[in-house]
Design a protein around this ligand. Structure first.
Ligand SMILES: Cc1cc2nc3c(=O)[nH]c(=O)nc-3n(C[C@H](O)[C@H](O)[C@H](O)COP(=O)(O)OP(=O)(O)OC[C@H]3O[C@@H](n4cnc5c(N)ncnc54)[C@H](O)[C@@H]3O)c2cc1C
Length: 562
């Protein structure tokens, strides 16, 4: 039997306990959708979120949500574009589900009250983004799609809460950080430990027990120095799933958004994104000499898939010895820019750039994790009782590179599927949790910025054996900085370190260039060895934990739960 690592981080013993039928962790599009769907099927849903309901990547989404809504478009065409962007390693079955169920789910958002932008004919207006061969991106509030979808879901959740005041079907716990999963004898996930910054009964660390847990904790962006992700994106879900023994897949496929406003050397944390939709509307990239360098790189020119554009920018920056290039949107005009991209224009102006009159300095920054907790097409992870959806999951939809605006859709479609599967398969009883007396050491909160700097240095857009080795060495050094004091900052720093170590191990193993994974020392794809998934778990290692990886050809799936 494979030896196990401690399944939990050092934390105080739970001082209180609650229970529900299902616990949903995270309140982005995936978590909110799952909570609402589950509420129709079970009596008690507990929705736990790290800060406030509206916080997460969902509310930052700008471009929109992709779906073949135009009668001239088709699921087949959406499928074809997604497979091309995924560079040969998408799971076609999952993509088929995404594109065929997507339009109905987007219409469901309208029923819920989401106000998409509409054309003069009253139909939802659709735009185009990189890698899409048709106009199929529904947007809202110009460039504030995520905010509007999030608002509609939260409003609907609020309505559900009001309706069930006497018998609260969905209990919401805000400012509650999930630390680890509770597991039964057979490793079945049967709850979580969580730290609530509250008062009274539910203050400090507690235990929440349930018949199943849905993980919807979003991305890993804070693993890098510069990211478009908000501060809550510290990879907690992936790290906790790893500790519990779940299979993680494709984490080396980190998408870097090509056009993130460049705010100067040393700018760190969440950076402002200039949506791909700007290029969809005609903005283009130029280098410091004003040359349009995307011409001739790809047939879709500035609207090539993100990995192609990010790579072209990095190459151009190296050729011109610059740390950024420019996005030129000036020809789109004041009126159009202010109406179509009100939030982006306002944010740029706040930061001293006017898209109407200025070239906008841009450089790639971390944006999206295509990999995550490996699931099947109904959201089941490799551990019984644990489901995952949204950015934290790896359904196989994105392959080596997510197609623009497919992620909100993925969260929506697969959260719905989890609701349906749990309605059929939720066990009748909660299982008792077994306490693991061993706890994993915590790293000091101060390592966080060093982890991010090391990842940006050696595991960013461009990687090589040498650069990844440098990052790995730094991550090993940082293991010496431990602490005995549990705190939110130490749990997050430890999670970031775990996720970073996994990304580096996977990026080191995959000796080829594919999609968003660009190896300088292996410049092309190697279909004979690598046209599939790289899956892995955490195992005991010399310094506590290590990563065990395994190549999985397409079509074989991670071990599914019983
Ligand atoms: C700037 C930006 C623009 C984007 N634009 C688009 C776009 O136009 N179209 C598109 O399809 N995608 C876009 N994306 C990607 C997309 O927004 C995300 O992939 C998607 O919203 C993820 O949704 P989610 O529900 O999985 O996670 P999130 O929306 O990130 O929500 C995660 C939730 O989990 C909570 N959480 C995290 N850790 C814990 C913990 N330990 N305990 C409790 N709760 C926790 C968080 O607080 C949060 O509530 C964009 C992303 C960014 C950052």
């Amino acid at each position: 039997m494979t030896p196990r690592i401690p399944a939990r981080l050092t934390a105080p013993e739970p001082g209180w306990a609650i229970s529900a039928d299902v616990i949903v962790i995270g309140s982005g599009i995936a978590g909110l959708t799952a909570a609402l769907r589950l509420r129709q099927r079970v009596d008690r849903v507990l929705l736990v979120t790290k800060t406030v309901l509206s916080e997460g990547s969902t509310q930052w989404a700008q471009g929109g949500i992709a779906a073949a809504l135009d009668p001239a478009d088709s699921a087949e065409e959406h499928l074809a574009d997604t497979l091309v962007a995924g560079a040969g390693v998408c799971d076609e079955e999952a993509v088929r589900i995404l594109v065929s169920e997507g339009p109905a789910r987007v219409r469901g958002l309208v029923t819920l009250g989401t106000q998409f932008d509409r054309g003069p004919d009253g139909e939802i207006s659709l735009t185009r983004e990189g890698g899409h061969g048709r106009d199929r991106i529904a947007h809202a509030g110009g460039d504030a799609t995520g905010k509007e979808i999030s608002r509609a879901l939260i409003a609907s959740l609020g309505a559900a809460l009001v309706a069930v005041k006497e018998d609260p079907g969905i209990e919401v716990l805000e400012h509650a950080l999930v630390v680890d999963f509770l597991q039964g004898k057979d490793s079945r996930v049967c709850g979580v430990t969580l730290h609530v910054i509250g008062e009274g009964q539910m203050d400090g660390v507690g235990a929440a027990h349930a018949r199943a847990v849905v993980l919807a904790t979003g991305g890993i962006g804070q693993v890098y120095s510069a990211t478009t992700n908000p501060s809550v994106a510290t990879g907690d879900g992936v790290a906790a799933a790893l500790r519990a023994g779940a299979v993680i897949a494709d984490l080396e496929f980190v998408q870097f958004h090509p056009t993130v406003l460049w705010l100067g050397e040393g700018a760190s944390g969440q950076q402002p994104l200039l949506s791909e939709a700007m290029r969809g509307e005609g903005a283009f990239l130029v280098d410091r000499d004003g040359v349009r360098f995307m011409t001739g790189v790809h047939p879709l020119v500035d609207l090539a898939p993100r990995d192609i554009v990010a790579k072209a920018i990095v190459a151009r920056m190296a050729q011109t010895d610059a740390d950024h290039v420019y996005l030129d949107a000036r020809h789109l005009g004041k009126e159009f820019l202010e109406n179509r991209f009100p939030s982006i224009v306002a944010r740029c102006r706040e930061l001293g750039f006017d898209p109407v009159s200025d070239l906008l300095p841009v450089a790639p920054a971390q944006h999206y994790a295509s990999g995550g907790v490996r699931t099947d097409v109904v959201g089941r992870s490799s551990l019984a009782g644990l489901y995952a959806c949204g950015e934290v999951s790896c359904t196989g939809v994105h392959g080596a590179n997510r197609l623009a605006s497919n992620s909100l859709l993925e969260g929506l479609v697969f959260a719905e599927r989890i609701g349906a599967d749990l309605a059929r398969s939720l066990p009748a009883q909660r299982r008792p949790a077994v306490t693991d007396s061993r706890a994993m050491l915590l790293y000091d909160a101060t390592i966080r910025e060093h982890v991010a700097a090391a990842m940006t240095d050696g595991a960013g857009v461009l990687r090589s054996r040498e650069s990844l080795g440098r990052t790995q060495g730094r991550l090993l050094e940082l293991r010496l900085l431990t602490t005995d004091e549990p705190s939110t900052a130490a749990w997050e720093a430890t999670n970031l370190h775990t996720v970073a170590s996994f990304v580096v191990a996977a990026a080191g193993d995959r000796e080829e260039t594919r999609g968003s994974h660009w190896r300088e020392d292996f410049p092309g794809p190697d279909d004979a060895r690598w046209a599939g998934h790289l899956v892995g778990t955490l195992v005991p290692g010399e310094l506590g934990t290590g990563v065990a990886l395994e190549y999985q050809p397409l079509k074989t799936r991670a071990k599914e739960s019983a």
